[in-house]
Design a binder for this molecule. Structure first.
Ligand code: ADP
Length: 303
């Protein structure tokens, strides 16, 4: 099933050292790693590894990172024909400093991600034709998310929106969403009710009243919760030894998109997404940690 992801792509430059440098100071002896990231790209890679026919719409700079990403996406089997090259801005980059206590300091330069306007994308109708799901996050211009959601709604393509990083969503956009996926921070920010202090049904109920057909709240190691007109459903997380929860939510969204495209959102779909994200937290990194469909199927038969 064709899945269109419209979102961000970042190059993560990670430097791990004994301690953080103070302003004006240089700390040597760091260990350096480079990794593909950005919520849009993470979710696209997850959906592709899990069996979706993925078209990624993202803006990259005309630079080394951008060229490396194109090759990487193609190697993942992602359709790269809708990638946009921005000659004026660098590819989105996150500079990540990590110290021995795993504390981090991150500077994100969105660069080309912010030039992913509806005009840069071109015909949304062409991009979305025949798709079983449109997947978006909030690391690109808000206007693009709105217009793409409205186009998808008009064409009968379901919209999965993961409003991360947490942002406010207007009523018209909310009403165009089929599956709203939020973690606890995003749920609190958008509903105005903290899941720590209020019953989950109330928090999710407030979000559902805003107009999406389904609300999914992810709860880390406590699993996930679905609320829609038919009722609610809690899916526990799989018990695994977590080593790095980076991108757990992205893997969950990419997997849910594959499982729910062209089908009803079911307990089975949530279980599939939970299994994929559970496997990912047992491995280091964002995109390197994403399992294949075969790995998830094997995990599901064993657990
Ligand atoms: P985010 O990464 O956006 O903060 P969560 O932390 O809620 O999102 O994680 C998303 C999903 O990943 C959860 O609903 C759960 O299914 C899975 N997950 C996250 N952490 C763990 C964990 N420690 N063990 C097993 N599954 C996990």
């Amino acid at each position: 099933m064709k899945i269109v992801v419209i979102g961000s792509s970042n190059m993560d430059l990670i430097s791990v050292a004994e301690r953080m440098p103070r302003p004006g100071e240089t700390v040597g002896n760091a260990r350096f790693m480079q990794a593909f990231g950005g919520k849009g790209a993470n979710q696209a890679v997850a959906a592709a590894r899990l069996g979706g026919e993925v078209v990624l719409v993202a803006a990259l700079g005309d630079d080394l990172s951008g060229r490396a990403m194109r090759e990487h996406f193609a190697a993942e089997g992602i359709d790269t024909s809708r990638l946009v090259t921005d000659p004026e801005n660098a590819t989105g980059t996150a500079l990540i400093l990590v110290d021995a206590a795993a504390e981090n300091a991150i500077s994100v330069a969105p660069g080309a991600n912010f030039s992913l306007t509806p005009e840069a994308i071109g015909s949304l109708d062409e991009v979305l034709a025949g798709a079983g799901m449109l997947v978006m996050q909030a690391e690109i211009p808000y206007r693009t998310v709105r217009e793409a959601a409205f186009a998808a709604r008009r064409l009968g393509v379901p919209v999965l929106l993961n409003p991360a990083p947490a942002c406010r969503i207007d009523a018209e956009l909310m009403a165009a969403v089929d599956i709203l996926v939020v973690n606890q921070t995003e749920a609190a920010c958008i509903s105005g009710l903290s899941p720590d202090e209020n019953p989950l049904e109330e928090v999710a109920g407030r979000l559902l009243a805003d107009g999406p057909r389904n609300v999914v709240v992810t709860l880390g190691s406590r699993g996930s919760y679905l609320l829609n007109a038919a009722g609610s459903l809690t899916v526990p997380a799989f018990r695994v030894k977590a080593v790095d929860t980076t991108a757990a939510g992205d893997v969950f969204c990419g997997a849910l998109a594959v499982a729910a495209a062209g089908a009803e959102l079911s307990a089975e779909a949530l279980r599939f997404a939970s299994a994929a994200s559970a496997i990912s937290v047992t491995r280091q990194g964002a995109q390197p940690s994403i399992p294949t469909r075969a790995e998830v199927e094997e995990f599901l038969t064993k657990n």
